[in-house]
Design a protein around this ligand. Structure first.
Ligand code: IDP
Ligand code: MG
Length: 144
């Protein structure tokens, strides 16, 4: 069954002019783009998006990083999208990511790791709702 996941091309990705290369990997891997927008997160928005990490030592740095420049938010669709996208991007720390993954190939640090991917279908639905209204998403039947 087709599933959606939420991806963010983080400020390091946009700043380093890797948006096109990373999007190409995502499209080549079979993900359909059902929503896409350039966004500059505010501090309250970044805090809310990463609220699960608020007790972690890296939280404030993460919020500063995520608000440091433009991001590209993507609603992606594919069979098994959540798990397959996490495989495509690799482990959080690029040093631990498998060869050929987006983070291994492009990321410079555990914080500046190029891309976000939802970690469960439930969180994907919440995160897509965070960035996109229904009107901004291609309806399933219209995407083929
Ligand atoms: P994920 O993005 O692979 O799901 P999470 O554990 O959910 O990883 O962490 C969210 C984001 O916080 C990471 O993508 C990364 O940007 C940042 N982060 C996570 N752990 C660390 C850390 O130990 N040091 C610095 N930044 C971190
Ligand atoms: Mg996560």
């Amino acid at each position: 069954m087709k599933q959606r996941t939420l991806a963010i091309l983080k400020p390091d990705c946009v700043r380093r002019k890797l948006t096109g290369k990373v999007l190409d990997r995502i499209i080549e891997a079979g993900f359909e783009i059902e929503g896409m927008k350039m966004v500059r997160l505010t501090v309250p928005q970044a805090k809310e998006f990463y609220a699960v990490h608020r007790e972690r030592p890296f939280y404030n740095d993460l919020v500063a990083f995520m608000t440091s420049g433009k991001c590209v938010a993507l609603a992606l669709a594919k069979e098994n999208a959540v798990e397959d996208f996490r495989k495509l991007i690799g482990a959080t720390d690029p040093k631990e990511a498998e060869p050929g993954t987006i983070r291994r190939d492009f990321a410079e640090s555990k914080q500046e790791n190029i891309v976000h991917g939802s970690d469960s279908p439930e969180n994907a639905a919440k995160e897509i709702g965070f960035f996109f209204s229904d009107f901004e998403l291609i309806a399933n039947e219209a995407s083929e």
